[in-house]
Design a protein around this ligand. Sequence first.
Ligand SMILES: Nc1ncnc2c1ncn2[C@@H]1O[C@H](COP(=O)(O)OP(=O)(O)OP(=O)(O)O)[C@@H](O)[C@H]1O
Length: 293
Amino acid sequence: MLALQGIDKRYKDGTHALKEVSLELDCGMIGLLGPNGAGKSSLMRTLACLQAPDFGSYAFEGENCLENPMELRQKLGYLPQYFGVYPNMSCASLLEHIAVLKGLPAKKYRPQIDFLLELTNLSAVAGKSVASFSGGMKQRFGIAQALLGDPKLIIMDEPTSGLDPAERERLHDVLVEVSTKKLIILSTHIVEDIENLCHHVAMLISGKIVESADVKQLIAPLESKVWASDIYLPNSSDSTNQTTLSKSYKFGKPSWRIYSDQKPMANATLVEANLEDRYFLELHKQAQRHVSV
Ligand SMILES: Nc1ncnc2c1ncn2[C@@H]1O[C@H](COP(=O)(O)OP(=O)(O)OP(=O)(O)O)[C@@H](O)[C@H]1O
């Protein structure tokens, strides 16, 4: 459905944000996971034809998007990370305005706007100015505008940032409801969102795709190798077969997760491996590579 080939982007100040990114994605919900500054937004903006890469090409449903961006725009829904300033227009009027800009005929967009206001739980505030909305409401508005025109490719840059747990759950419901027969790319550093929603994840670290695979397949090699302990294992004791993955707190008490072929210490308990473990292991590997270069 979407094929990227050698996408490379260097900004004017010399930052090499994307390094020969190649990906092949089929329909469904796909997670793009990476730390701050990894290049996720750069890739999302490129896919949305908002900035051109220096090299590379990409095609959606066989159509070359760089040669024919208008073709893609008609099939695209995009939720940017930041919207900037909202005009002082009501939610419904702004959606109508965006529908016109997308080239949708009134007969098509009027019922769709009603449906999307309902879906994103904004019907009751449709007459209120978007500029006066709370962060969560603005995010839901962003999702509604991205879904206008029933796009086949939906790109969402950090869609759950700034949402409270109830809003986040509502967004998950919306995404699951619309995801059939579409390609939804969800860019985030919130691993849990990807684990909850996506069957496939691409990991982007320092501008490079380091993994792109089925989520279960990525986690499988870690099974029976992730341990939890409330005693600190110094990093210095990490080795090829043993890596401290993460530290988290429960009721103010710390707990470490350790990747190891064998029980790393007497009190360690074997736990179910998850995507966050895989992601931290990958970040650790990349950091090691960086040090040894
Ligand atoms: N317009 C720009 N000019 C120069 N450098 C930029 C520009 N936009 C992004 N960068 C740099 O490119 C790199 C990748 O940034 P990008 O915003 O794509 O990462 P990200 O993974 O989306 O990060 P975050 O999760 O923090 O939003 C960073 O080093 C960033 O500072």
